[in-house]
Design a protein around this ligand. Structure first.
Ligand code: ADP
Ligand code: MG
Length: 742
């Protein structure tokens, strides 16, 4: 159940229930529900929800304004009621004090007002109050009633009981004043208190609705990135069509300055494309034929022809919006405390309120019933648990939204909380610290081998043609660069983190680390010295064997990303331990480590070894984030407390990790951790204030300070304070919108 995005996932037995029955059951509790259409995209959903929230805000604002106006009118109209009996006790000490101040003023400025018969005033106020309760406050009473029918109580119960009690008392005093006077009580009415309590609570709700809508701002901004139309070329004819009707495979024309309507691959043209809103990468990226582009990014000054690949709900933008929607409604573990307290809160408050009434009624010297009644109402009104309910979800919402703007997709409250606790960051080398785009630098042929350097490249490339490893791409590129013809490949086998083997042109070829070839009893000693020399230069040596005999070593250099060294400095200064973890040789890892400033290095480990290393750190009491490129590091990502995938926008990586980085930049890791820490700080502040507010305000409202220093809480003031507490919690969360801005 996701209260922020108003979504619920339900598992049901089709033999016993149906979506329509479920909807009917929810409606019976006083809330509304609808089955989402399978055809609506997450983008449309976000839009519809936004329109709904805006409507809710406008409606609440109107009701609050009318109730405030009626409350002000009631205050003025109550002046003449006070002018006679100066000793009138009241349900609301604050209102009483204000009105008493106004009495002499009214006597002088508007003597006619004071002359209006009291019956006329009380009956007018009765009608006005009833009208406001029915029109503006109806939902409080309806929901409280429905909750009661289900033997539940919520914040509406507190408001309904509080204002309802004050109203019923006033109603009797208006209709049958003699019943009061004959018992020596004065027939006072408290319509102004009822009206102002409703007005303040509605004002608080309106402000909260507006602020809550703003917490979804980042999500909405993402949904807004989707253009409405696309210029498609079909059968040689250009035409503008609705984005929803673009098919995968369509040719789409992107004009300068256009927002890209779909994901695709560039067919022709060249242009710098601004992807900052999706990836957080601030510089535009140059796109040429063959490059992939993301829907929602902004084209620069060139024109592009693009072949649509992923459209509609499949698109990256839709995937991100969906992910954000799920993330934003997910629960953070800290929420559990707030949930547990909220669960018993309302019944506890009602009991406290009853105790308050009883104690006052039995002990107060003057007007005991009256005072007991006032304090009981104040307790009910001040104790609304709304701030507690908002403390965590609003912060999760804003923080994950801010993350999306920075190119950091945090997959929900739990990931956010764990990321805030990280003390150790383990970095994969290839594709994480380095660009993951290695190039072949050296080819060394084994002494006494009958193969040439070209043969070594050709045979190795044959094996690698079926591999997904970054090194494989580089060796293939080298073959193409040398203009060598591809071989015939069969029986491909790969060992993750070690190497790969296949039959190439009838020969059994193997490519990989020394350990990998040694597993196949190949003697690597003849080239070990060369490999060590190359590794010391920071180049990764891979050995090539044919028919069980070593034939050569290919060295590959993978340049360190320009941003890596700065990112390591940032991680370090945030107090984090940084570890470089790689399947590559120690010498290569040390050379890369020197370049970026990492001294703790674990090298030569298999993917299973990476998992073991993460587990070892955890056993030593560390909270570990593993940063990898998402595919071959998957087990270690899963084992770590927080798995961070350098996605660069591949769908797999986005789905797999706790945190997916849309930007190929280690700086995003530092951003993710810093943002999570800030969010957790805000959450703790929110929870602290929401609790502290209740712990302090409820006893005051009950009157514990009255015997010693004569302080009582006015119910009207209580309703204003309650509204303010919710608004301040949401406001505090909204500060995260500017987190990490330069
Ligand atoms: P990293 O930890 O740096 O991401 P991997 O665990 O993916 O590296 O690989 C570790 C080592 O295994 C590489 O340095 C390389 O020597 C060898 N290796 C793995 N796969 C291949 C492959 N397809 N071709 C050649 N060598 C490979
Ligand atoms: Mg790797």
């Amino acid at each position: 159940m996701n209260l922020m995005t108003a979504n619920a996932a339900v598992r049901y037995d089709p033999a016993a229930a149906s979506p329509d029955l479920l909807v009917a059951a929810i409606r019976a509790t006083g809330y509304d529900a609808a089955v989402p259409l399978a055809t609506t995209s997450p983008l449309d959903e976000a839009e519809a929800r936004d329109a709904e929230q805006q409507q809710e805000f406008v409606a609440l604002r109107r009701k609050a304004a009318v109730a405030l106006g009626a409350g002000a009118f009631a205050m003025v109209a109550s002046i003449p009621l006070m002018s006679g009996a100066g000793s009138r006790t009241t349900i609301d000490p604050l209102m009483h004090a204000i009105t008493m101040r106004l009495v002499p003023l009214a006597n002088r400025a508007a003597p006619w007002l004071v002359a209006v018969p009291h019956v006329v005033i009380t009956w007018t106020l009765l009608v006005v109050t009833l009208a406001v309760m029915v029109w503006a406050g109806r939902h409080f009473y309806v929901r409280a009633w429905r909750a009661l029918q289900h033997r539940a109580a919520d914040m509406n119960t507190l408001i309904a009981v509080g204002t309802g009690a004050a109203f019923v008392y006033s109603l009797f005093a208006t209709v049958a004043p003699r019943a009061f006077t004959s018992r020596g009580l004065s027939p006072d009415v408290y319509y102004e208190a009822v009206l102002l309590i409703i007005a303040f609570i509605l004002t608080g709700n309106a402000l909260e609705a507006r602020a809550r809508r703003r917490t979804a701002g980042a999500l909405r901004a993402l949904a807004d990135l989707q253009p409405r139309t696309a210029r498609v070329i079909r059968g040689g004819i250009e035409s503008d069509v609705a984005v929803a009707s673009v098919q995968s495979g369509d040719e789409v024309l992107i004009r300068p300055g256009d927002r890209l309507p779909v994901d695709g691959a560039v067919i022709s043209g060249e242009s710098a494309v601004d992807e900052s809103l999706l990836t957080g990468e601030s510089l535009p990226v140059t796109k040429r034929a063959g490059d992939s582009v993301i829907g929602g990014s902004i084209n620069g000054t060139g024109a592009l022809r693009v072949r649509a690949t992923r459209v509609g709900a499949e698109s990256m933008l839709a995937a991100i919006v969906r992910l954000m929607r799920d993330a934003q409604g997910s629960r953070a573990p800290v929420q559990r405390l707030a949930d547990r307290i909220s669960g018993v809160f309302v019944p506890t408050i009602i009991a406290l309120s009853a105790v308050t009434f009883t104690v006052w009624a039995l002990t107060a010297h003057d007007a005991p019933m009256m005072r007991g009644f006032a304090a009981a109402v104040a307790v009910l009104i001040i104790a609304c648990p709304c701030a507690m309910g908002l403390a965590v979800p609003t912060a999760v919402m804003v923080a994950t939204g801010r993350g999306a703007q920075l190119g950091v997709l945090i997959k929900g409250g739990e990931a956010l909380q764990r990321a805030g606790d990280i003390d150790t960051v383990v970095l994969d080398k290839t594709g994480t610290v380095t660009a993951g785009k290695p190039v072949v630098t050296d080819v060394v042929v084994a002494p006494s081998s009958r193969y040439t350097s070209d043969d070594v490249v050709r045979l190795a490339a044959g094996v690698e043609s079926l591999s997904q490893h970054p090194l494989a791409g580089a060796i293939l590129a080298e073959r193409v660069g040398r203009g060598l013809v591809p071989g015939v490949v069969a029986d491909f086998q790969s060992s993750s983190g070690l190497g790969a083997a296949a039959t190439v042109d009838g020969h059994a070829a193997a490519v990989g680390s020394a350990a990998y070839l040694q597993q196949g009893s190949v003697d690597v000693v003849p080239l070990e010295a060369d490999a060590a020399r190359l590794a010391a230069l920071g180049r990764t040596p891979v050995f090539v064997a044919v028919d069980g005999a070593l034939v050569g070593v290919i060295a590959l250099a993978d340049p360190v990303r320009a941003t890596s060294a700065d990112a390591v400095v940032r991680l370090r200064s945030a107090g984090l331990a940084v570890v470089l973890l790689t399947g590559d040789r120690r010498a290569v890892a040390e050379s890369i480590g020197r370049e970026v400033g990492i001294t703790t290095i674990v090298a030569g480990v298999t993917p299973a070894g990476k998992v073991a290393e993460v587990a070892r750190l955890q056993r030593d009491g560390h909270v570990v984030a593993m940063v990898g490129d998402g595919i071959n590091d998957a087990p270690a990502l899963a084992r770590a407390d927080v798995g961070i995938a350098m996605g660069g926008g591949t769908g797999v990586a986005i789905e797999a990790a706790d945190v997916a980085l849309m930007r190929e930049d280690l700086g995003a890791v530092a951003d993710a951790i810093a943002l999570s820490r800030q969010a957790m700080r805000v959450i703790r502040q929110n929870l602290f204030w929401a609790f502290a507010y209740n712990v302090i305000a409820i006893p005051i409202a009950a009157g514990v300070l009255y015997p010693s220093i004569g302080v009582l809480l006015s119910p009207v003031l209580a309703s204003a304070a309650m509204a303010l507490s919710s608004v301040s919690v949401v406001g505090n969360s909204l500060r995260l919108r500017n987190a990490l801005s330069p």
